[in-house]
Design a protein around this ligand. Structure first.
Ligand code: ADP
Length: 223
């Protein structure tokens, strides 16, 4: 664990297409700087698994690769960000994904320190998603080639069974990429104009992407 620079809080957003590695980098950064990771995708998958009211509403959107309506997502995130553990920093993985969500974040008075945009080309995304696996129990994400477990069947963290997410099926991945380009990619410019965007080129090996990501964070904390 590293100590956060006392004067600077790390209030971080990961941007990037589905499958770029936002979730993996989020977990690494969260542990290293001891700040909470807020993954809206994980919150939704949990709700779907537990068949809560939210889960029932969200399922049809998630399974077809569409975005869950803004008003639902904004409420969940605002509530989560108001908790005490977010006071000294947090990481948002998968939020904001639309201009409306970005505007809501600004309106809530949340000051974002840094937005890390992980760039990966569409063809690479499609190739990578074929090998992505998640733990059916704790939600940890793996890749059969780039981030494998010992047997690619069980989770290294909790021993749960690894499965392929339904929305990682190739046809759904295509819809998710389309949604990304239409609705989320414009946020790159939005944060660029605020002067807080840094782009990292997503590498084949996850530890190489981690090195680039940590470099951006360290430069921010030193600066
Ligand atoms: P990935 O980054 O690989 O696309 P996520 O786990 O972040 O995966 O998201 C999975 C799905 O959850 C999305 O395809 C979408 O249906 C829903 N979702 C996640 N984040 C948002 C968001 N900010 N707004 C609306 N829907 C979202």
């Amino acid at each position: 664990m590293l100590c956060n620079n006392k004067n600077k809080q790390l209030k971080l957003i990961f941007l990037g297409p589905p499958g770029a590695g936002k979730g993996t980098q989020t977990d690494i950064v969260s542990e290293r700087y001891s700040i909470p990771a807020i993954s809206i995708g994980a919150i939704l998958r949990d709700a779907i698994k537990n068949q809560t009211e939210l889960g029932k509403t969200a399922a049809k959107y998630v399974e077809s690769g569409e975005l869950v309506p803004d008003e639902i997502i904004i409420d969940i995130i605002n509530e989560r960000l108001s908790k005490d553990d977010c006071k000294n920093g947090f990481i948002l993985d998968g939020y904001p994904r639309t201009k409306t969500q970005a505007a809501a974040l600004d309106e809530s008075g949340t000051e974002i320190s840094l937005v890390i945009n992980i760039f990966v080309d569409d063809n690479d995304i499609i190739r990578r998603m074929r090998g992505r696996r998640v733990c059916s129990s704790c939600g940890a994400t793996y890749h059969i080639k780039y981030n494998p477990t010992s047997d690619n069947k069980t989770c290294s963290r909790c021993g749960g069974a690894l499965i392929r997410r339904e929305d990682d099926e190739p046809s759904v991945v295509e819809s998710r990429l389309k949604v990304y380009h239409e609705q989320t990619e414009p946020l790159i410019k939005y944060y660029e104009e605020k002067g807080i965007l840094r782009t990292v080129i997503g590498q084949e090996k996850l530890e190489d992407t981690t090195a680039l990501t940590l470099n951006v964070i360290e430069n921010y904390l030193k600066g």
